[in-house]
Write a protein that binds this ligand. Structure first.
Ligand SMILES: Cc1cc2nc3c(=O)[nH]c(=O)nc-3n(C[C@H](O)[C@H](O)[C@H](O)COP(=O)(O)OP(=O)(O)OC[C@H]3O[C@@H](n4cnc5c(N)ncnc54)[C@H](O)[C@@H]3O)c2cc1C
Length: 204
């Protein structure tokens, strides 16, 4: 249910019993999963004078606006060519570790800049979830594979250009599809949907 506000969560005998919605509907429930978002802990850097907007602002080398102070991971708003806003704050293990590796190179005297494609993974019971790219701004989606089979991908495009993929038990699509995002490949929906066509073959 979208746009449904929770009015109250009730318990009976010390256990969750159900949820009231603002429109008066009642749903019995045994488990509540609460998704309330996250706020980055930026107070220390803000107090030290670093520029803070949506997280700590950093450049392509993860430098804050304070001299010799770098920041990485969930708390940083960084330039990212895969974001339609040009900058993004990413909450993913991969982003944190990739930025750590990049900053390590800079601290040891190499030149480097952060240009990794955003990707995420999670394992939920028998579901391997992987996403590549950022879907913001998409105007179409293509389903590749058969959702009922438990293995499929959803491909997000903007005017035919592949922006992102959500892959469910479809590691091959994930690995190959990443390259479509990195290269900004344009392909028609029928081609993207056809599992007979390797996504890799669409990379020019
Ligand atoms: C429930 C949950 C599930 C997730 N699942 C996935 C997943 O499946 N895949 C995925 O890619 N990502 C997942 N993430 C996101 C992932 O955990 C984060 O992106 C990653 O941990 C970010 O690393 P980080 O080092 O930037 O921040 P953190 O891991 O949050 O580390 C920041 C550390 O700084 C400490 N800290 C904060 N303020 C101060 C201060 N003032 N002084 C000293 N220490 C301070 C904190 O205590 C914390 O230990 C999940 C996150 C949550 C909460």
């Amino acid at each position: 249910m979208l746009n449904a506000a929770v009015d109250g969560i009730e318990s009976r005998a010390g256990r969750l019993s159900g949820v009231w919605l603002a429109d008066g509907r009642w749903f019995e429930a045994q488990v509540a999963i609460v998704g309330i978002g996250m706020l980055p802990n930026v107070e220390v850097l803000a107090a030290a004078g670093a520029k803070v907007t949506n997280g700590v602002d950093v450049d392509a080398q993860c430098r804050t606006t304070l001299p010799d102070v770098f920041a990485i991971g969930d708390c940083v708003l960084h330039p990212n060519r895969f974001s339609n806003a040009g900058v993004v704050r990413l909450e993913s293990v991969q982003n944190a570790t990739d930025q750590a590796a990049m900053v390590s190179r800079i601290l040891t005297g190499e030149t480097a800049r952060y240009d990794a494609i955003p990707w995420f993974w999670s394992q939920q019971f028998d579901c391997q979830l992987q996403t590549a790219g950022l879907l913001h701004g998409f105007d179409s989606t293509v389903v590749r594979g058969e959702p009922k089979s438990g293995a499929f991908s959803i491909i997000y495009t903007l005017q035919g250009r592949v922006l992102a993929l959500d892959c469910v038990n479809a590691g091959r699509d994930f690995i190959q599809g990443k390259h479509l995002v990195m290269k900004g490949v344009v392909a028609d929906a029928e081609t993207l949907a056809s599992t007979a066509i390797d996504l890799r073959s669409l990379v020019t």
